[in-house]
Design a protein around this ligand. Sequence first.
Ligand SMILES: [Zn+2]
Length: 147
Amino acid sequence: MYEIEVIEELDSGHILDLPYDSKCKNIHGHRWLVKVKINAPELNNCGMIIDFTHVKAVLKEYDHKFFICSSHELMDLEDGWLRMPGHFDTFGIIPLPAQPTAEFLAELLFEAVAVLISGGEVPVADRARVVSVELWETESGRVIYKP
Ligand SMILES: [Zn+2]
């Protein structure tokens, strides 16, 4: 069995809607450190599980973005800038169906890499699979997501 780890830094922001007093209820950002583990029993014709570059490109799609739950009150402002659909692309806002916690973002990144692996767009070893995504929100706090 072969296993690779791809590590990337993402500078992105989020806001959480929490039922208790927390600084995380303010708009803020993190330098997230992401580690994706992928394994496969055999290599592809290129001698790889998958090119690191292709995995990094998927992760980088989440760099310099802002994550917000689509039910957050900021999304309900009648004339607010968040309501203007074009601004999602212009300002890199990514509305999500859940709270953009480190836990949820780790799952989101896991699924994005899983789609890359199963999508057939780039060379991937047979039976390759994402093993886990580790996401550090701070140097002292991280999430490990594995289904
Ligand atoms: Zn945060």
